[in-house]
Design a protein around this ligand. Structure first.
Ligand code: CMC
Length: 444
């Protein structure tokens, strides 16, 4: 059959057949187109279902619903596969740096040497934030969570840069993307500096992306600071591992906000907000707190027991994933990186790593976790690395937001460029009161 839709640079979506749905109560049947993309599960096209039948579909949490067509990232959760533009995450982490991955996510292809150099230059020259933006920080209490600061300051970006927010203009869309990728590390480092009461450090154009972020975070104006190249490389890899993850909660939030043609900087602020929760990006902070609370290996069984108890809200943080029903490929790389970083820093005995390793082993052998396919996810080991690098736990999710900004803006751009794009407007299964009359106050 003819392709149903083809976006530039996307594999065609083909209709491969139909699916017939029967309403057993009335005997009415509906034929729904069955679609196939480049790979992944076949997808039933329900776009015309309501118009033609008067029925909605019900899928809280979007467990079975594809909300968009996308050519950026592919996950096979059963096999533990993660591809960006077709490239396995392992290859990208091994052979590319973060800015190459950013270029890939944004443009669809890896850059050649000239494109890479041009992209690096562009990003580097956008790293400074408007001087006026700096004042927003002092409006926050010093003990504000840095993610609260990031939500506010990223939202404030929408009050600047009016020269690049015409979403219909492809040049504007690209400039906005570059600005976000470039400025988010500066803003993140400033959130840290503000929390510890140290002066902000301006970005340095002679440093690489991760290197510059470490410099802005840990350097002070009163003495020279040399960034450890091994740590900069490790951080760069951590950024790659977090760069995009298809239609997760924060990305879907960015797309939904953007679907109303809202200011793109404000859309990214909405993504930061969604990421903050412990079920999503906030898990890296929650993992470290959990490991600290466990405190020693002999207490692991007690926490595993709690995680399995239906009457206890406690969950093993860093375990489980909506899509992965196998070991998260990012977690594998993160675990190796953890050893590298601890080795580089000469940390021989890290009690938290010891607890994490033992917890992982026990959980992976436990019937409950095996049966529910709960494996360590990307957040399980990242906190231990970030702690070793000197980041406080409250900064962990900020680092996730920094890395994910490219994913958010690439997905926003793809959505805006999609000719099928419509404002996101889910339906509902209404369970409230049916029509009734207001009883005047005096008679209630
Ligand atoms: N510990 C104990 N039980 C768990 C866990 C866990 N970490 N995760 C899921 N379960 C159980 C859950 O209780 C449920 O059991 P039952 O079927 O008996 O009701 C079953 O496994 C399925 O869980 P779910 O909550 O229905 O699955 P979900 O796809 O809605 O949630 C999740 C996925 C990631 C929110 C969840 O696994 C979780 O809360 N994990 C801990 C938080 C975490 O590590 N989040 C980071 C995710 S990866 C990075 C990112 O996305 O940002």
């Amino acid at each position: 059959m003819e392709p149903k839709t083809t976006m530039p640079g996307h594999a065609p979506v083909r209709q491969v057949g139909t699916v017939t749905v029967t309403d057993d109560t009335t005997g009415r049947t509906f034929k729904l187109p069955l679609l196939e993309g480049a790979t992944g599960p076949r997808t039933i096209d329900i776009r015309k279902l309501y118009a033609e039948s008067g029925y909605f579909t019900f899928d809280p949490g979007f467990t079975s619903t594809a909300s968009c067509e996308s050519a950026i990232t592919y996950i096979d959760g059963d096999e533990g596969v993660l591809l960006h533009r077709g490239y396995p995450i392992q290859d990208l982490a091994e052979h590319c740096d973060y800015l190459e991955v950013c270029y890939l996510l944004l443009n669809g292809e890896l850059p050649d040497a000239q494109q890479k150099a041009d992209f690096e230059r562009t990003i580097t020259y956008h790293t400074m934030v408007h001087e006026q933006l700096i004042r927003f920080y002092s409006g926050f209490r010093r003990d504000a969570h840095p993610m609260a600061v990031m939500c506010g300051v990223a939202g404030a970006l929408s009050a600047f840069y009016h020269d690049s927010t015409d979403f219909t203009n492809p040049v504007h869309r690209m400039i906005t993307s570059h600005r976000l990728i470039a400025k988010i590390p500066t803003m993140a480092a400033m959130a840290y500096k503000y929390s510890v009461g140290q002066p902000f450090m301006y970005p340095r154009n002679d440093l690489g992306y991760a290197e510059n972020f470490l410099y802005m975070t840990f350097a002070t104006p009163f003495e020279p600071y040399k960034v450890n190249p091994t740590l900069a490389k490790a951080l760069d890899k951590i950024l790659i591992l977090h760069a995009d993850h298809e239609q997760n909660a924060s990305t879907s939030t960015v797309r939904l906000a953007g679907s109303s043609h809202a200011n793109p900087f404000a859309c990214i602020a909405s993504g930061i907000t969604a990421l903050w929760g412990p079920a999503h990006g906030g898990a890296n902070e929650a993992v470290l707190k959990m490991l600290e609370e466990i405190g020693s290996a002999d207490r692991i069984p007690e926490f595993v027991k709690r995680a399995k108890d239906k009457n206890d809200p406690f969950r093993l943080m860093g375990f489980g994933h909506r899509v992965y029903k196998n070991y998260d490929p990012r977690a594998k790389i993160m675990r190796e990186l953890c050893y590298e970083v601890l080795g580089e820093l000469g940390i021989k005995d890290e009690p938290l790593l010891d607890i994490a390793m033992k917890l992982e082993k026990i959980a992976l052998e436990d019937e409950y976790f095996v049966e529910k396919k709960l494996y360590p996810n990307v957040d399980f080991y990242s906190g231990i690395i970030l702690k070793a690098m000197g980041f406080p736990t409250s900064m962990f999710t900020v680092l996730f937001a920094l890395a994910r900004t490219v994913g958010w803006i690439s997905q926003w751009k793809e959505m805006i460029e999609d000719p099928q794009q419509k404002i996101g407007r889910p339906r509902q299964l209404y369970t409230g009161a049916t029509p009734r009359s207001v009883v005047p106050l005096a008679q209630r």
